[in-house]
Design a protein around this ligand. Structure first.
Ligand code: DP6
Length: 321
């Protein structure tokens, strides 16, 4: 029987923002993430007697334009592993698509794992991470649970993720504040390309990431959640500075995004552990401790209307069901 591959999404705390090789999605810098337990994708792939792949997302068949990225990816996978089979892909996303939650991370990680299972490729986790990266950079990290580092590398064989600590005992809780479920206007692929090409500050990004990575890994080893929060927030704001300083400039922030950032600062001034990270969308993910999360949630919900919050904990790596 064909197995279902389940991959959880991950949130980058040291962001990937910029590719030096677009074909293989080789980034300029390493990145570091936390895999989450609440948002995931289940994917099943079956070999079909056809020369064209068919893709279903949440039980609906995707038309040619919507399935193009996935069909192109499957062409890459066929080339990498020298087989000709085509597939019917059935994918169910338990992630709000395209609203700053990295659905492409869990999506391509689950798809890579699913093809691995259906075609009996018997790939190591490292090879699976490489395969997932070819679909979407951040997917390389969703192969593993807990804290994960994606090594930038220099080519298709040397750019892969590795776990730092798959079940850290740090008491970290991530509170996702969902402002908008609308599709984002500038994809991360397009956004990062624009930052690389036009932001005068992009040349500093590699230096910053390199030093923040060292500090971050030390903070994990020291179980220092406050330090993890501080570095994460600073790294996220630095990434968003690369969007504001692009030419033409753009931002993923919505008015509520700023409102939430201000609230987080207020909470911190009152001794409550809360730090923000934001991806390519308006939603804010708040790094909390087990002790602070309820207070943060109550305060945010009481002060901003029209939002919802979801609490997530440390998630596991790829699973076959
Ligand atoms: C802001 O992995 O979606 O979430 O490789 O072009 O598919 P592509 O980009 P993607 O970018 C993720 C950007 C980010 C930061 C991160 O996850 O590291």
């Amino acid at each position: 029987m064909t197995k279902i591959a389940r991959a959880y999404t991950n949130i980058a705390l040291i962001k990937y923002w910029g590719k030096k090789d677009k074909t293989y999605k080789i980034p300029y810098t390493d990145s570091l993430s936390l895999t989450l337990d609440r948002f995931y994708t289940d994917t099943k792939s079956e070999v079909i007697n056809s020369d064209k792949d068919v893709v279903f997302l949440n039980n609906q068949e995707l038309d040619d334009s919507k399935s193009l990225r996935i069909r192109n990816y499957l062409d890459t996978v066929r080339k990498m592993y020298s087989f000709d089979e085509h597939f019917q892909i059935n994918s169910t996303n338990h992630v709000p698509t395209s609203a700053g939650f990295a659905s492409s991370a869990s999506g391509f990680a689950a798809l890579a794992a699913s093809i691995n299972s259906t075609m009996n490729l018997d790939l190591s986790k490292k090879s699976l991470s490489i395969l997932a990266r070819n679909g979407s950079g951040s997917a390389s990290r969703s192969i593993f649970g807990g804290f994960v580092q994606w090594h930038a590398g220099t080519n298709n064989d040397t750019s892969f993720a590795e776990p730092i600590d798959e079940s850290p005992d740090i008491g970290i809780v991530l509170l996702s504040v969902v402002i908008s479920k609308a599709e984002k206007s500038i994809s991360s692929t397009t956004g990062m390309e624009s930052s690389v090409k036009t932001s005068p500050f992009y040349s500093n990004w590699s230096t910053l990431v390199a030093s923040e990575l060292v500090e971050f890994k030390q903070a994990i080893a020291n179980k220092d959640l406050q330090k993890i929060g501080e570095i994460s927030e600073h790294n996220a704001m630095s990434m968003h500075a690369l969007t504001l300083s692009a030419n033409p400039p753009y931002t993923y922030f919505a008015p509520e995004t700023i409102q939430i950032l201000n609230i987080i600062k207020k909470l911190r001034n009152n001794g409550i552990l809360a730090y923000a990270t934001i991806d390519a969308g308006p939603n804010v993910k708040i790094i909390c401790s087990k002790e602070s999360v309820q207070k943060v949630k109550d305060f945010i919900e009481a002060n901003i209307t029209g939002i919802s919050t979801v609490e997530a904990h440390i998630g596991r790596g790829i699973e076959y069901i």
